[in-house]
Ligand binder design. Structure first.
Ligand code: ITT
Length: 202
């Protein structure tokens, strides 16, 4: 079986994610359309897991566009907060998508539980959906620890408070290429690309 992802819809409305996905797809895809560019609606994320939400977004975009669609559901899982904000990572930023507010909420929640353990992980599940209803998922994860106050101007979302294990700078202090060499999204992409390449006939 071969799969054609040469024209792919990126089912995200998050410009930070879209930028990273574009860079990670690199030469593998000829034409990338974003959900915003195609005017696709933003489906409500009603799933109970990253995978369920990724599938829901990818399927909606594939159905609406008639093209294969790739969605990313991701977030920050903080050990001392029982995995929160997790699948609610975007919602913690409120309607204004204010991540200073979201990072402040994480810091306040850690203080409230008196947590000494600041370990956390970023998780990303990619879902690839086809107009005929087929869907595949790929998961990536990176472990690290949270630091306050936030540091760095690069990246997006919670990057300024996340220090990956074995580093002393945050994702927001890294050049994009350095983040892409290790991130949860990059790890999910490795699996996605391996799947696609394996399926393409020689
Ligand atoms: P779409 O659903 O349109 O893709 P979204 O922002 O709503 O956009 P999610 O529901 O997957 O996406 O929310 C994930 C949130 O987790 C996202 O808004 C970021 O704030 C955060 N996040 C995910 N990956 C991240 C990364 O690499 N660096 C920093 N924050 C990240």
């Amino acid at each position: 079986m071969s799969i054609d992802i040469s024209h792919l819809v990126i089912a995200t409305h998050n410009p930070g994610k879209a930028r990273e996905i574009d860079a990670l797809l690199g030469p593998y895809v000829r034409r990338v359309y974003t959900a915003g560019e195609l005017g696709l609606p933003e489906p409500e994320e009603t799933g109970a897991s990253f995978a369920e939400n990724a599938v829901l977004k990818a399927k909606a975009a594939a159905e609406a566009s008639g093209k294969p669609a790739l969605a990313d559901d991701s977030g920050l899982s903080v050990s001392a907060l029982g995995g929160d904000p997790g699948i609610y990572s975007a919602r913690w930023a409120g309607p204004e998508k204010d991540f200073s507010l979201a990072m402040g909420k994480v810091e306040a929640a850690l203080k409230e539980v008196g947590a000494k353990d600041h370990s956390a992980a970023f998780i990303c599940v990619l879902a690839l959906a086809f107009p005929d209803g087929r869907v595949e998922t790929f998961e990536g994860r990176i472990e690290g620890a949270l630091t306050f106050p936030p540091r760095g101007e690069k990246g997006f979302g919670y990057d300024p408070i996340f220090v990956p294990d074995e580093y002393d700078i945050t994702f927001a202090q890294m050049e994009p290429a350095q983040k892409h060499a290790m991130s949860h999204r990059a790890r999910a992409f490795e699996k996605f690309l391996a799947f696609c390449i394996q399926k393409v006939p020689a």
